[in-house]
Design a protein around this ligand. Structure first.
Ligand SMILES: Cc1cc2nc3c(=O)[nH]c(=O)nc-3n(C[C@H](O)[C@H](O)[C@H](O)COP(=O)(O)O)c2cc1C
Length: 209
């Protein structure tokens, strides 16, 4: 049984083209896989929006409090969703050259020292099992390749964030432009369908955290 966690990060919710394409691909995949019991879990980061970090969380997350500390409850919930998933699908807009604030908040709740990564004299080590990730990026301007008109801090940033907790199998699909035409949308649809989260028979070793 395969489980995909879907993080939706656009303020437009399911009016977002990226979220619609991601959702469409998930529904098709679930329909094909229904006999295997495959399922997806939606974490809509914008509705209800993730709350800003509290002082209690900021203190508890770095001072070795037990994971049962109430200040860590929401972080534990988001980490559990991730550790219970076999694959991760992120649909996100680019906001000011990088991830939108809600996705940054998710990161601040999930990257926790001595919980999802540790730092030793030999470097930083991720504590989660690796798993395939697909990131679908929507941007108003061109940000990839020779026609790029702006820097792309989103891609290297998300790669580093995920690698920090042990997740390195990350694919990116970009859908840029204010109003992508049908050909561009169809091309993105094809890329999504061929991505490893929808095609591989990969099952990660569930995290024992
Ligand atoms: C606050 C904000 C910042 C944005 N910053 C960028 C940017 O840096 N680069 C860019 O190409 N588009 C930028 N955009 C445009 C969005 O990426 C674009 O409208 C995209 O299609 C939104 O995707 P969505 O409908 O999935 O939310 C920004 C939009 C907003 C609201």
């Amino acid at each position: 049984m395969k489980n995909i966690l879907f993080l939706q990060a656009s303020p437009h919710g399911f009016d977002s083209l990226g979220a619609r394409l991601a959702h469409e691909a998930l529904m098709r995949w679930q329909w094909h896989e229904q006999r295997s019991g495959a399922y997806s879990v939606l974490r809509n980061l914008t509705e209800p929006p993730l709350s800003a970090l509290s002082r209690d969380y900021a203190l508890a997350s770095v001072s070795g409090h037990p994971n049962t500390d109430p200040a860590l409850e929401y972080s534990e919930q988001l980490i559990a969703e991730l550790t219970q998933s076999d694959c991760l699908l992120i649909s996100t807009p680019m906001h000011n050259f990088t991830v939108p604030a809600v996705l940054k908040l998710w990161i601040d709740f999930v990257l926790r020292i001595d919980r999802t990564f540790k730092i030793t004299a030999d470097g930083t080590f991720g504590l989660l099992a690796d798993r395939p990730v697909l990131v679908l990026v929507r941007s108003g301007g061109l940000s990839i390749g020779e026609t790029a008109r702006q820097p792309d801090f989103l891609t290297p940033y998300l790669k580093l964030v995920l690698a920090t907790i042990g997740i390195t199998m990350v694919e990116f699909i970009y859908l840029d432009g204010i109003a992508p035409d049908d050909a561009a949308i169809d091309a993105a649809r094809g890329e999504i369908a061929r991505s490893s989260i929808f095609t591989s028979a990969f099952h990660h070793q569930r995290d024992a955290l």
